[in-house]
Design a protein around this ligand. Structure first.
Ligand code: GUN
Length: 284
């Protein structure tokens, strides 16, 4: 059996077409959705990510500002910038790129972002809203994974979903979203004694560890849906995920590739969240 690919690029294009149309509607009413992207330091991967986020804004007709600061920026200065952006009516979403330099308390910075502009969904208020099923911004990567499941018409009710990884950005919110759709959810992590025993029971597997070949073909039930959140490099420098794609695709029913899977969806959901923020502020 060969799995069907869930194409993150194609789904992103479709979702961005919808975003573009809704941006035009807002523009006709005098509102241009705006995203502020704040980068501190010169992490090369972060520089690529923030550039792609700004490009996505251009692609969807949104306004964006990229604020870049040196690695020795003080926490107080960064908090002041975030507060200024909270008060800037042209900005509907604020994203502070992580990781931040070690001398800055990232959680304190995130908690300073207004929950109304927290389009990353990392604020404790956003996390709490997701937990209790109230409206709020969902973190973009797990949100994108849910859209991928929706795109194949997958009904999670009564299904067993196994999430590998427990980060605040992906694993934990992913588990809550799957639970909200009535899946039975297991969260596995580095202290899980027998990962394979868990994944073999799964109808849906989300691999979000950040390590190559965490999920191999012998760990996958035939026909399972496999979502690969990983972003790693092979020894040859080629981009790859957490899943042994070549072998797992022969067992799984559906699988997301890397690149071209979850990655583009993350940025697209950031656009969706920023647009939703602007729509919400206009309606308020
Ligand atoms: N660093 C890696 N992924 C992300 C993300 O989704 N948002 C932010 N702000 N930083 C990140």
């Amino acid at each position: 059996m060969t799995a069907q690919l869930i194409d993150g690029n194609a789904l992103s294009r479709q979702l961005r077409d919808n975003v573009r149309e809704r941006v035009l509607t807002l523009r006709a009413r005098g509102v241009v959705p705006g995203l502020a992207v704040v980068l501190v330091g010169d992490n090369p991967a972060s520089q690529v990510y923030v550039r792609n986020k700004v490009k996505a804004c251009e692609d969807t007709g949104m306004h964006s500002v990229l604020e870049q600061y040196p690695a020795d920026m003080t926490e107080a200065d960064l908090l002041a910038r975030v507060t200024a952006l909270n008060n800037d009516p042209s900005i509907h979403g604020i994203l502070v790129q992580l990781p931040l330099p070690a001398h800055i308390n990232a959680q304190r910075v995130i908690e300073t972002i207004s929950p109304a502009k927290d389009v990353d969904g990392f604020h404790v208020g956003s996390a709490g809203a997701l937990m209790v099923g109230q409206p709020g911004f969902w973190p973009c990567t797990p949100y994108g994974c849910m859209k991928m499941l929706e795109s194949i018409g997958y009904n999670l009710r009564g299904k067993h979903a196994v999430v590998i990884g427990r980060s605040n950005i992906v694993g934990k919110p992913m588990a809550l979203m799957l639970l909200q759709q009535n899946a039975t959810v297991t969260i596995c992590h580095s202290a899980t004694p027998d990962l394979k025993a868990m994944t073999l029971q799964a109808d849906v597997i989300v691999a979000a560890v950040g390590k190559r070949n965490v999920l191999t073909a012998d760990m996958v039930k035939p026909g399972a849906v496999v979502l690969d959140v990983g972003m790693n490099r092979t020894e040859e420098g080629k981009l790859c995920g957490d899943v042994d794609f070549a072998d797992v695709k022969e067992v799984a029913g559906y699988i997301t590739p890397v690149p071209g899977g979850v990655g583009p969806m993350t940025i697209t959901m950031l656009m969706v969240n920023t647009l939703a923020s602007a729509e919400h502020m206009l309606a308020a």
